[in-house]
Design a protein around this ligand. Structure first.
Ligand code: ATP
Ligand SMILES: Cc1cn([C@H]2C[C@H](O)[C@@H](COP(=O)(O)O)O2)c(=O)[nH]c1=O
Length: 249
């Protein structure tokens, strides 16, 4: 009985040690519990999307905190990740400190995701749920809002990225977003451009191969959090028994 509980605990914590157990001699000795320890469970990839100032960062932080408090390993990531070499080029562009040709900056945003894929996969496989503030959908929505860019062209560099198990779209009218803190400082923060971005997001949301959930971002921070937590708990449970998918493949 002690051994059974101990193995169950190892599985619950989804640590790397659980992986080691599945191939170790211990399991051969305790044959009856081997199936418990061998059913290794991955973390979920949860993405929050929306126009600028929709409340994504606020909700990502709250979700990670709530998951951690409930005993689930969870970490936050954000794109662009402005800390890498590529991220620094992107950040200077967004802050209007430098100019980049539109195709070039689109590919840089995508490369900034690809450079973090090995780390993302490692975390997911270790059982860590990743809560991601923007992903390839922002990449496509923002670039395709510029003249002369098709959705298809914009999607192509991100084909094959780890596929999110859940995409939470925080829906907010750009006029309402504009009223929120510090709107207007960065390159894309103007209401007309954001309206086109919203239309592009709406086109992307028609894709039935992804688990899109639309959330009314005009609600209070706490109300939004409750809804987001419920969707996330379901997605985490579903993802546990599935392999990591590939985006747009
Ligand atoms: N539900 C909400 N109701 C009212 N204000 C909110 C809500 N959620 C966030 N805010 C406020 O709106 C501002 C933007 O929030 P936040 O940084 O979370 O948005 P964001 O979508 O991550 O923005 P960006 O895309 O520009 O980085 C902040 O001042 C935040 O406190
Ligand atoms: C990931 C990604 C983002 N963008 C745009 C969207 C925003 O205007 C900024 C990032 O701002 P944040 O406050 O750091 O979220 O960049 C984009 O154009 N392409 C992308 O791939």
């Amino acid at each position: 009985m002690f051994a059974v509980n101990w193995f169950k605990k190892a599985r619950m914590h989804r640590c790397q040690f659980g992986r080691w157990l599945s191939s170790s001699r211990i399991l051969h000795k305790y044959g009856t519990v081997s199936r418990v320890a061998m059913s290794y469970r991955r973390g979920a990839l949860i993405v929050l999307e929306g126009v600028d100032r929709a409340g994504k960062t606020t909700q990502c932080k709250k979700l990670v905190q709530a998951l951690q408090e409930s005993g689930r390993p969870a970490e936050m990531m954000r794109f662009p990740d402005r800390t890498t070499k590529m991220g620094k080029l992107i950040s200077a562009y967004l802050e209007k400190k430098s100019n980049l040709e539109d195709h070039t900056v689109h590919l840089l945003f995508s490369a900034n995701r690809w450079e973090l894929v090995p780390l993302m996969r490692q975390k997911l496989e270790q059982g860590v749920t990743l809560v991601v503030d923007r992903y390839a959908f922002s990449g496509v929505a923002f670039t395709s809002a510029k003249p002369g860019f098709s959705l298809e062209w914009c999607m192509s560099p991100d084909v094959g990225l780890p596929k999110p198990d859940l995409v939470l779209f925080l829906q907010l009218h750009p006029a309402a977003a504009e009223q929120r803190g510090e709107f207007g400082a960065e390159r894309y923060e103007n209401s007309d451009f954001q309206k086109t971005v919203l239309q592009r997001f709406e086109q992307l949301m028609k894709d039935p191969s992804l688990n899109w959930q639309v959330i009314d971002a005009a609600k209070s921070i706490e109300d939004l959090h409750k809804q987001i937590k419920t969707h996330s708990d379901t997605a985490i449970t579903t993802a546990e028994s599935q392999p990591i998918g590939e985006l747009w493949k």
